[in-house]
Design a protein around this ligand. Structure first.
Ligand code: SF4
Length: 307
């Protein structure tokens, strides 16, 4: 075990540079209950959204505070399009607010919306058309389509719409695919005959830890609670700290806002380090202050673990 004190670890973490996408897990509710889910989402979880103003407040904070290098925002869940069930304007308002702030907005879906009936689906397509008129560079649709998500045909329906609807031609998409089953999944997508983006988002599994990468940057870490993965090794804090020391960057430092009112620093193998992003009086805590609190907690946890 390396002999590192809390303050050394704190300093290392604070100095790490990272260009990342902040994830808003706007709801933990989901139509699916995948065995590999790192969020513990599912149909049994109440559909409760992060308030719109919270998302927009922190988009401003993370975009304008020079201590963050936040390039974009991932609107995820659970299943993000379940937001239509509560507030039909929720997703478009947030994506438009992000585009207005010159941020890349990525909306993630497992295809539920194509199953949900015309009332929701038509609105969803109309929203995509609206976003396409605002920016073709700052909006992306992320489709989770592999054999674990049994919404493959719905995702293909959405993908087909992206390639055949002239108003959506400029919207780009990314496809989430798991490295362990890469060839199998790619064969399935290629068999549809649809073109697909070269820039795939890839999720890989190291032990039971899920690493989500986009454009080469690690954006999130989750732990699959219900499965054992075929890989033998696991990551540890030492590996991450060695990397920060060597390269001056963190692969794992990212922020994840959750619908239970918390901000979690996703770092190393453990994303349970979380603090409330509103204080007891319901006021927002500035992102810079939250970052400090999160780094304190992370450094404390790591140094305890390394003793
Ligand atoms: S679709 Fe995504 S959020 Fe929903 S259960 Fe599966 S992995 Fe979890």
């Amino acid at each position: 075990m390396p002999d590192k004190s809390y303050s050394e670890i704190r300093e290392l973490l604070a100095s790490a540079t990272v260009d990342y996408t902040t994830k808003f897990s706007i709801t933990r509710s989901c139509n699916l209950a995948c065995a590999h889910c790192g969020e513990n989402s599912g149909p049994g979880v109440k559909n409760k959204l992060i308030p719109k103003e919270d998302v927009i407040f922190y988009m401003d904070e993370l975009r304008h505070n020079p201590r963050f290098k936040c390039g974009g925002f991932l609107i995820s869940g659970g299943e993000a399009t379940l937001a239509y069930d509560i507030d039909p304007n929720y997703l478009s308002d947030i994506c438009l607010a992000g585009i207005k702030r010159n941020s890349l907005m990525i909306l993630k879906t497992n295809g539920w919306i194509a199953k949900a009936g015309a009332k929701y689906y038509d609105r969803f397509i109309a929203d995509l058309e609206l976003l396409a008129t605002k920016s073709s560079d700052l909006f992306k649709l992320h489709l989770s389509m592999d054999q674990w998500h049994d919404n493959f045909s719905e995702n293909i329906q959405i993908m087909t719409e992206l390639y055949t609807n002239p108003k959506l031609r400029n919207i780009s998409s990314e496809v989430m695919i798991q490295t362990a089953w890469f060839n199998e999944n790619m064969d399935r997508i290629l068999a549809t005959g649809l073109p697909y983006e070269k820039k795939l988002k890839i999720s890989e599994y190291v032990g039971r830890t899920r690493l989500d990468r986009w454009s080469g940057h690690l954006i999130n870490i989750g732990r699959a609670k219900k499965l054992d993965w075929p890989h033998k090794h696991d990551l540890d804090w030492k590996d991450e700290l060695d990397h920060i020391e060597e390269k001056g960057e963190s692969r794992f430092l990212g922020y994840n806002f959750t619908s239970n009112g918390k901000l979690a620093l996703t770092l190393g193998m453990d994303n349970s380090i979380a603090v409330n992003y509103r204080n007891k009086k319901g006021r927002f805590i500035p992102a810079g202050q939250l970052r400090d609190e999160l780094l304190d907690l992370a450094a404390q946890k790591i140094s305890e673990k390394m003793r």
